[in-house]
Ligand binder design. Structure first.
Ligand SMILES: [Zn+2]
Ligand SMILES: [Zn+2]
Length: 240
């Protein structure tokens, strides 16, 4: 129950999920220091998949494409993430996803509002869809975290959310602890477009929580493009 949890938070503020220190009297999830140290992804990053530049790219310029994108690994047009999936964002996603904590999505939303510029990403005229859970998992968890995130992104970017378009037809095993090839095989055929007419000729923004190898969003892009989507961009909160 969300309101019970909110009340508990006011009465007994939990320690900062980033550093574990007490944040006396503060209502949010992160202390000021940890909020200032969220590992946001800043340029230079790959113009296609958003991968942050690493040392192997000796002199990355503002416009560079990573090795994977040069090999045409991905089917989406562009992917962007708010930050790197390490300590602070990892904890927030965990509280949001597995403990359905309302404070965590509030904190995530406020980070998005302050640090993500939808105008810069040229999302105008796009429609938002999300990577859906299988109905069995939805029943188990009670909510779809990517849908909640997609709603926040849509509000922030002033874009419509298209509901019921994409369906997960196969309950896939968790992607964690699988390598790239295993992940690709695991999600193959997992998604279907339920309403092709809502996709054909559209420019879509697919929202998900974490981008690891990109296998899931790649598979989603494949079915959306097969259904005639003109363009598919991807936004994830975090990037592993
Ligand atoms: Zn902290
Ligand atoms: Zn790339």
């Amino acid at each position: 129950m969300a309101w019970v949890q909110s009340l508990l938070d006011v009465l007994f503020p939990r320690p900062c999920v980033g550093c574990g220190l007490d944040r006396k009297g503060q209502g949010e999830f992160l202390c000021e220091l940890c909020r200032d140290h969220v590992p946001f992804i800043l340029p230079p990053f790959c113009t296609t998949c958003g991968r942050p530049a690493e040392m192997e790219y000796a002199y990355p310029t503002e416009e560079f494409e990573c090795g994977l994108c040069r090999k045409n690994t991905y089917r989406f047009d562009r992917a962007r993430s708010l930050g790197v999936y390490t300590s602070v964002l990892k904890e927030l996603v965990h509280f949001f996803k597995y403990r359905s904590h309302p404070g965590a999505i509030r904190e995530i939303t406020s980070l998005l509002e302050q640090h993500f510029d939808p105008l810069e990403e040229r999302y105008q005229d796009m429609q938002v869809v999300w990577v859906p859970l299988h109905r069995r998992k939805l029943k188990e968890r009670g909510f779809d975290q990517s849908y909640v995130l997609a709603r926040q992104m849509a509000r922030l970017c002033r874009l419509p959310v298209v509901e019921g378009t994409l369906v997960r037809v196969r309950d896939t095993s968790p992607q964690a602890r699988k390598n790239r090839t295993e992940r690709m095989a695991n999600v193959r055929g997992a998604f279907q477009v339920a309403q092709p007419e809502a996709v054909a000729g559209r420019r879509l923004l697919v929202v998900d929580d974490v981008f690891t190898t990109g296998a899931t969003v790649n598979e989603v892009t494949k079915v959306l493009k097969q259904a005639g989507a003109e363009r598919v961009d991807v936004f994830t909160l975090a990037r592993a």
